[in-house]
Structures are given as C-alpha cells and as structure tokens.
Design a protein around this ligand. Sequence first.
Ligand code: G3P
Length: 216
Amino acid sequence: MKFFIDTANLAQIKEANELGILDGVTTNPSLMAKEGIKGEQNIINHYKAICELVDGDISAEVLSTDFASMVEEGKKLAAIHPNIVVKVPMIKDGVKAIKWFTDNGIKTNCTLVFSAGQAILAAKAGAKYVSPFIGRIDDSGWEGTDLIAQIATIYAVQSFKTEILAASIRNVNHIIKCAELGADVCTSPLDSILGLLKHPLTDIGLAKFLEDAKKM
Ligand code: G3P
C-alpha cells in the first residue's frame, strides 16, 4: 500500500517525506485554504513547491464544476509538473472530464466518492485513483471501511485498473484496516501516519534496554 499525506502544509509534507516512506500527496480546496493559499499564481506556486519536495503523485483539485472549465483548469494544473494528478469531483461533468483527461494522457483522482456505484463510474472513465472518503462515511453512521472492501472486490472481479485511494483518514485504525482490505493507497494526515509508530510496550522496552545498556 502506498502512503500519501493528506495536507497542503509544506512543513508536514517535509516531515513525512523525511521518514522515507512517502509516496505522494493529496490536497483539496479546504486544505489549501487552511494554509492561506489564495490567487491563481500562488496556488500554482504552492503545487510547484509540493512537487519539489516529494517525488510522487501530487493531487491538485479543480475548482470548477462544468465540463469545459474543468478541462481547461485540469490542463493548466497538469502542466505544472508531470507528477500532478488532476483531482475531479464525482459529478456528471466530472465523469466526462475524467474520461477526457484519460483520453488525453492526464492522470486523475476521482474525489468525493461515497458509494460503490460511484467507484464503478470512476473506473469506467479511466481514473488513475478513486478516493472513497471513509471518515466522512463513519461520521454519517455507516462503516467507511466496508466501502473499501466492496470496491476492492468489484475492482478485482472486473479487473479495473483504477487504484483505490482511501481518503478522509482520521486515525491509525483506518490505515491498518485499509491495508488489510487491499486499498492501493492510503492518504492520511501526519498525526495518523506518526500514530503508527506508537506502542507503550515499545517505549517501556526501549527504556529498559537503555537502562541495561549502562551495565554492558
Ligand atoms: O482529501 C480529502 C479527504 O481526505 C478529506 O478528509 O477529514 O476532511 O473528511 P476529511
């Protein structure tokens, strides 16, 4: 399973990248706004800065919702760097745009996916990634990781090439469950990635080893 970080914060991207296990980055308009990135040129510069930090796929989301504008916007985003993946919402024009990008050699990440039916459409349109939002499904009272399992089964049975990119990750258990269920990618906030390191018995064991090492 590939590890992406879900943030537009350069310091956090750098910290995760320095672990040596980072395969890519996902952003969205909310994450960009959180970093105070405003205006077309600043947005482009910020994506460039992310691409310079991490050697892997970097998702940059279109802000328009009609086919023609999404195509124009996506072309500009894709021109920033070969690693840019155009993130497109799962709406009717989005599906059309994903198919257009696929036919024109531009990688896409189909975002805001909450059902297996939507994931089938994304795969049919040729999206490189499909992003089911598992934390938000949990918030709505369903089990988000059940959707990962269902999409994984469908994609395997149908031999779809689209990679399952588990998004809206909220905790360590989400990451572990996604790995268990066969997600191709998990995009997580830094604290969830670092949370994987933690176990109290590791801390207790290390303290004892260091204490005993003094007697060596
Ligand atoms: O990148 C999209 C997704 O990961 C959003 O997560 O926590 O806002 O539901 P969240």
